[in-house]
Design a protein around this ligand. Sequence first.
Ligand SMILES: Nc1ncnc2c1ncn2[C@@H]1O[C@H](COP(=O)(O)OP(=O)(O)O)[C@@H](O)[C@H]1O
Ligand SMILES: [Mg+2]
Length: 349
Amino acid sequence: MPSPNEILSELKKVKYPGFSRDIVSFGMIKDIEVAHSRVTVMLTVASAKPEVIQKIVADVKTAVSAMRDVPAVEVRIEQPPAAAPRAATGATQREIPAVKHIIAVASGKGGVGKSTVAVNLALALRGRGWRIGLMDADVYGPSVAMMMGVDKPPALTAERRIVPLQRFGIGYVSMALFINDETAVIWRGPMVTKLETEFLFNVEWGELDCLVLDLPPGTGDAQLTITQRVALAGGVVVTTPQDLALLDVKRGVEMFREVNVPVLGVVENMSYYLCRKCGHRHEIFSHGGGARYASELGVPFLGELPIVRELREGGDRSNPLVASNPHHPVSVAFEAIATRVMQQVECAP
Ligand SMILES: Nc1ncnc2c1ncn2[C@@H]1O[C@H](COP(=O)(O)OP(=O)(O)O)[C@@H](O)[C@H]1O
Ligand SMILES: [Mg+2]
């Protein structure tokens, strides 16, 4: 019979369904017992989806049965207690001292306005009295630095901890401020994600009510790693009303559910065109899909934002709309989104 360690190495070849990461690195193996001519593998499964669990169980059985001298394999599943959903991933999900809540802003693809939403939502939360930090986790498309108007590397403390840059009353950092284009190309995939999470915990955030993370676009391994390692209070999914983008909403929602992070809701950006001259609302795409998808997926709909030139200009000119013109209808919309986010974060278990 193989040893538990040999079995563990074999289980490293079993991928988590839908991801290129394996179930061992996901921290799913609770215990392996080799006794009475039988191998018992105990799994902790954070996902409540039965088809995912079935697939993992089948794959584990196949992998272990294929090993030499294994007469029987039993797979036992331990569901994390519903009252403490974080327990399942608690081994790897870390909190940041003095930071009350961490929320992540995600999107299925780039260009949907994820960073615009992250920055303006952070400002709207600040406007409602919360102490806010903002981290740009999108190393390859670090647009938050431009929006925030900060592009110099932050200072370090004597302990070599990073001091966030301050603007609009928000502490802001980005790993991109430390690296140039060449290093960004060399640092690929998992290495970047690993460094990024380390980086996040090395920032001297001070006391915060909420830290907003602008995740890299997409819902793959890199995003999942961050959501898995950081104890998130919730996730916000940004989409645009085109059908293709809407399909990504499901992926975004599933990514957060996979790691037991509550989905705070969906924001539909560039939902309609708000004419500056006549104030008229022009529906360019069939808008409303975000709300419909959110309800189908059983997650809250946080609000819709029109296409307005001021929102883009505010970003391009390092003067985000919510900061420069808090009375603009879109800033008011952000305020409403911020209020919903605050309510949900505070009500979360
Ligand atoms: N509602 C909007 N109205 C007008 N321009 C927008 C809006 N949302 C985003 N943009 C612009 O679209 C571009 C992409 O937005 P960005 O926030 O960088 O997207 P992402 O972070 O998803 O890649 C930026 O130039 C931004 O200013
Ligand atoms: Mg972006």
